[in-house]
Design a protein around this ligand. Structure first.
Ligand code: HEC
Ligand code: HEC
Length: 375
């Protein structure tokens, strides 16, 4: 078979160029990408399983030294993030990423091509991620056998395991309960979802789907294409100036077997997963619901407010020395920026999904007497 080369006439090329230009300046991008829409409803897990998961979520005994719980970094009164630029970590370490919200995180399984975490390196199911967060030395530093033993020594868990799963507690049952709790952290009743957006927010949505081009990556019901992109978010140099954060970062690179582990002076992003140099500095498009309550923003918390995020995009994103940033300046007016902000805010519920912290009696002493006397 002979393949004929396609010859484009000058007129065809000019027309394509013109169309290309108009795509970025008009609001016709929307049809090109999965439409923004309310999130599909999911099955609600059994209330008693959720109750058990909630207790575990607030229980510091499921961390190695009994000092932190999941809620330390995923605080229900901070949008299930922690409000810090960079997250703390297991005592003795400090983390190199911003703590993400857990609201709607279960939908990552349906809407992303990668795992969890900012660059998508964690787990292939929510249950896996929960296990990773429990066992990771820089997070909860827990051993599954110790978790199992501690649960067996608390009559409340003994009863909860029996009632929900039958038989004695196991780390697997405990993880299932944590997943059930996380599955109740849903935001799908925002003004956007319920069709009650203000006029400004509606104009903002048009910009989002048109001139501002956000929909190229933030699309579909989850407002994410689930793919890694380079938007040139500047490095947070605190990671490299602070010896403890620096060490934590190196240890994670080491755990993941990242090539040239000692040489990197930046967050390698999706490279950690793909080992493909073109992915250095890419992060998975995050969802955009409940952002009103989860500042600061980006994988390293370098943008403090949604206004800063909009200015950032308006300027064509940040400058990444080596890698091509996929964004271009937008030329938004003051009014455009206000409308875009109104739309982003309409993706959060008017009242945040918060809950009172559970106080769990810590009557289990992680250091038994025989160990104390031995020392
Ligand atoms: C010391 C702080 C800290 C603690 C404690 C902690 N996390 Fe996290 N969590 C983080 C950070 C930071 C990330 C992002 C990790 C990354 O991108 O490297 C994260 C990510 C996650 C994610 C993925 C979110 C997403 O959308 O990608 C889940 C799910 C999660 N944590 C659940 C838990 C659970 C359950 C616990 C308790 C067993 C827990 N975490 C304890 C800080 C913490
Ligand atoms: C080329 C793909 C792409 C485009 C276009 C894009 N984003 Fe993003 N967005 C991302 C990625 C990737 C991140 C995470 C970057 C990081 O953490 O380093 C992000 C992060 C964000 C965040 C922070 C979320 C959080 O939880 O911290 C907001 C807000 C945001 N984008 C809004 C927008 C708006 C508004 C537009 C349009 C003006 C837009 N994005 C256009 C890919 C994109």
């Amino acid at each position: 078979m002979v393949i004929k080369p396609r010859v484009f006439s000058l007129a065809q090329i000019c027309l394509t160029a013109l169309l290309g230009l108009s795509f970025t300046s008009q609001s016709i991008l929307a049809g090109e990408y999965p439409a923004l829409a309310p999130l599909p409803a999911k099955k609600t897990p059994a209330a008693s399983k959720v109750e058990m998961g909630k207790r575990l979520f607030f229980d510091a005994r499921i961390s190695g030294d009994g000092a932190i719980s999941c809620a330390t970094c995923h605080d229900p009164n901070m949008g299930f993030g922690d409000g810090r630029v960079l997250s703390e970590a297991y005592p003795g370490t400090d983390y190199f990423r911003n703590s993400p919200s857990l609201i709607n995180t279960q939908y990552k399984a349906d809407f992303t091509d990668t795992g969890w975490g900012w660059e998508g390196r964690l787990g292939s199911s929510l249950n896996d991620v929960v296990r990773d967060q429990l066992t990771e030395t820089t997070i909860m530093n827990m051993d599954m056998r110790i978790m199992h033993e501690r649960a067996k020594q608390d009559p409340v868990y003994v009863e909860m395991c029996e009632a929900n799963f039958g038989g004695e507690c196991s780390s697997g049952k405990m993880r299932k309960a944590l997943v059930a709790f996380i599955e109740t952290l849903v935001s799908n009743k925002t003004p956007f979802d319920s069709g009650t957006m203000s006029r400004a927010a509606k104009s903002g949505q048009k910009l989002f789907e048109g001139k501002a081009g956000c929909i190229q990556c933030h699309n579909g019901p989850y407002l994410s294409d689930g793919k890694p992109h380079n938007t040139g978010v500047p490095e947070n140099l605190d990671i490299f100036k602070d010896p403890v954060r620096h060490l934590t970062y190196r240890s994670v690179l080491h755990t993941y077997g990242v090539p040239n582990m000692a040489a990197w002076r930046r967050d390698v992003g999706y490279f950690m997963v793909s080992r493909d140099y073109k992915d250095v500095g890419k992060f998975v498009t995050p969802t955009l619901r409940e952002l009103k309550y989860t500042a600061p923003y980006m994988h390293n918390g370098t943008l403090a407010s949604l206004e800063e995020v909009i200015d950032y995009y308006n300027e064509g994103g940040g400058h990444d020395d080596v890698m091509p940033n996929e964004l271009a300046p937008l030329g938004l007016s003051q009014r455009d920026k206000k409308n875009l902000l109104a739309f982003l805010e309409a993706l959060s519920a008017d009242v945040p999904l918060a809950m009172e912290k559970m106080e769990i009696p810590q009557d289990y002493d992680p250091t038994p007497d025989w160990l104390e006397t031995k020392n």
